[in-house]
Design a protein around this ligand. Structure first.
Ligand code: DLL
Length: 438
C-alpha cells in the first residue's frame, strides 16, 4: 500500500519527542486560557495561576473538566482569549437546548486547522489531482468550511456544493468528474438512491473515495456505501469545540482514526466517575487543545464514546487511533431497563442486504412498559404492502436485534423514499416517552 504524508516529520515523529512540545504547548495554552474570564475563575479554584504550575503532562489531571454547559454559560465572550480584532471567524452551534456555544478562531487558528485537515485528507491517499465535491453544509456548521480549506491547501479542485439539491449535486458530479466526496453517511445513502433512479451507475462516474462523518454510522454502513459507489469510504471525526472535521481521520488502512496528538491531548474517561479508563477500554473522549489561540479549551468532555487502539498503525503515523464512535453518553436509550445505543440497532439492521437506506428508531410507552419500534426502508422489489410477504425479513431483523440488544422490537417496513431525509445530520431516534407521560 502506498503511504502519503502531508507532514511526514510531524506525522511519524516519535511520541517521546512529541511529549516535549506537547508540554510546552499545554503550558502556553493554560496561560492563554487564564486570560479568559471563565478559566481565570476555574483554574484559580484549582490552584493554577500560570502554565508553569504544570510540571508534566501528568499534571493535566489537576485541571477540572470543561463541559458543553460551561461553554453555554460563557456565551458570548467568556471564553475569548484574544482581542476581538484578532478573531477572523466564529462558528456558533445552537444545539438542542437553544443556548448557543461559540468557538472563535484567529488567523493562526484557521491556519492550524487547515494543516490538520490537509494531513487528514492526504492520509487517505487523496492529492492535488483530485476533484473534491464538498457536500457538507457550509455555514455555522464546521463540516463544510473545515475540509474545504484543507482540500484547497492540498491543491485539489474544490466544488463547494454544500448540502442538499441532490439533482444539482449529481450534475456537478458528472460534469466535473468528481473523484472525492465529503458528506454525511446518511446523505450519501440518499444520493445513491437518486442516482440509481436516474439510471446512473458507478461506471458513469469518476469517484474513488468518500469522507464521511458528523454522525454515527456503523461499519456495515461503510461497507454498504463502498459497494454501492465502488469506492473507498473513510471515517472522519471531529466536533466544533475542537475546530470541526480534522480531529481524527482514517488512513488508507481504514482501521481506526488517527487523532492529531500534536494539536490535541486526548483522554478516555469513565463517564460516571470521571476517572481514566484502563488502556484500550471504552469511555468518553476528552480533548485539550494545544494550538488554539482564540478559544483554548482544557479537558473538554465530548460525550462521545470510543476507545484507543494500543497497536501501532502500519501506515507509520505515530498518532494514536480511536475506534468508530459508538454513540454519545447522552444518546443511550434505556428501554425496559436495558441500555441500548442507537449504533447497536443500526449495526444489526444494516447487516441485511434487503434493508434500504433509511431507518428510524421510535421509543414509546405501552402501558407500563417501553415499546421499541424500528422503521426501516427496504429496497424496491422487496417491499410489499402485504405484511405476510414481509414476515421472513421481519423475523431476520428481530433475530438480529434480539441477539445484539436483547429486546424484541416492533418492526415496520417501508418503501424506499418513505422516511424523511435530512440534509444535515440525520435524526434517527424519536424518544416519545416523556411526551407520552406528560
Ligand atoms: O460534526 C464536525 C464534523 C463535520 C466531523 C464533518 C466530521 C465531518 P459538530 O456539529 O460539533 O461537529 O458535531 C460533533 O458529531 O461530538 C459526535 O457526536 C458526532 N460526530 C462527528 N463525527 C462523527 C463520526 C461536526 N465520524 C459531534 N462518527 C461529535 C460518529 C460523529 N459521530
Amino acid at each position: 500500500m502506498e503511504i502519503h504524508y502531508w507532514n511526514r516529520k510531524v506525522e511519524t515523529a516519535d511520541p517521546s519527542e512529541r511529549a516535549q512540545s506537547r508540554l510546552a504547548d499545554l503550558r502556553a495554552t493554560i496561560d492563554r486560557a487564564l486570560g479568559t474570564d471563565f478559566y481565570a475563575r476555574r483554574l484559580g479554584e484549582a490552584g493554577i495561576s500560570s502554565g508553569d504550575d504544570i510540571k508534566s503532562l501528568d499534571d493535566l489531571k489537576r485541571i477540572p473538566y470543561t463541559t458543553k454547559d460551561d461553554l453555554r454559560s460563557a456565551y458570548p465572550y467568556g471564553l475569548l482569549a484574544v482581542e476581538l480584532d484578532d478573531v477572523v471567524r466564529v462558528h456558533v452551534s445552537s444545539g438542542t437546548t437553544g443556548v448557543p456555544t461559540v468557538i472563535y478562531h484567529s488567523a493562526e487558528d484557521i491556519d492550524n486547522w487547515t494543516e490538520l485537515a490537509a494531513r487528514s485528507v492526504t492520509a487517505t491517499g487523496a492529492d492535488r489531482r483530485d476533484v473534491f465535491q464538498n457536500m457538507m453544509t457550509y455555514g455555522l456548521f464546521t463540516g463544510g468550511l473545515g475540509l474545504h480549506y484543507g482540500a484547497e491547501r492540498v491543491g485539489m479542485m474544490v466544488i463547494p456544493s454544500s448540502s442538499g439539491n441532490t439533482q444539482r449535486q449529481i450534475k456537478l458530479l458528472r460534469d466535473f468528474r468528481t473523484t472525492v466526496l465529503h458528506a454525511t453517511p446518511s446523505y450519501l445513502l440518499h444520493l445513491h438512491a437518486r442516482l440509481a433512479e436516474g439510471g446512473v451507475t458507478p461506471k458513469d462516474l469518476a469517484l474513488t473515495k468518500a469522507f464521511v462523518g458528523a454522525e454515527p454510522h456503523s461499519e456495515n454502513t461503510r461497507l454498504k456505501l463502498e459497494a454501492m459507489f465502488e469506492i473507498d469510504v473513510y471515517n472522519s471525526y471531529g466536533l466544533s469545540e475542537m475546530n470541526g472535521p480534522g480531529v481524527a481521520f482514517e488512513c488508507v488502512y481504514k482501521n481506526g482514526m488517527h487523532v492529531w496528538e500534536d494539536a490535541y491531548i486526548m483522554e478516555v474517561i469513565d463517564e460516571k466517575t470521571g476517572r481514566p479508563v484502563a488502556e484500550g477500554e471504552e469511555g468518553e473522549l476528552v480533548f485539550t487543545t494545544l494550538k488554539r489561540r482564540a478559544t483554548p479549551l482544557l479537558r473538554y468532555r465530548t460525550r462521545d464514546l470510543s476507545f484507543v487502539y494500543d497497536s501501532p498503525c502500519r501506515c507509520g503515523r505515530t498518532h494514536r487511533r480511536i475506534g468508530r464512535i459508538k454513540g454519545r453518553t447522552d444518546d443511550m436509550l434505556i428501554i425496559n431497563g436495558v441500555n441500548i445505543y442507537p449504533s447497536q440497532i443500526e449495526e444489526a439492521i444494516m447487516q441485511l442486504p434487503e434493508i434500504g437506506n433509511n431507518y428510524q428508531i421510535v421509543v414509546e410507552k405501552s402501558g407500563a412498559l417501553d415499546r421499541l419500534t424500528v422503521k426501516a426502508e427496504v429496497h424496491a422489489g422487496i417491499f410489499s404492502d402485504d405484511a405476510r410477504d414481509m414476515n421472513a425479513l421481519r423475523r431476520k431483523v428481530i433475530e438480529n436485534l434480539r441477539s445484539s440488544i436483547v429486546i424484541t422490537p416492533v418492526v415496520e417496513f417501508h418503501e424506499a423514499g418513505f422516511l424523511p431525509v435530512q440534509e444535515g445530520k440525520a435524526q434517527r431516534v424519536f424518544d416519545m416517552r416523556e411526551e407520552d407521560t406528560a
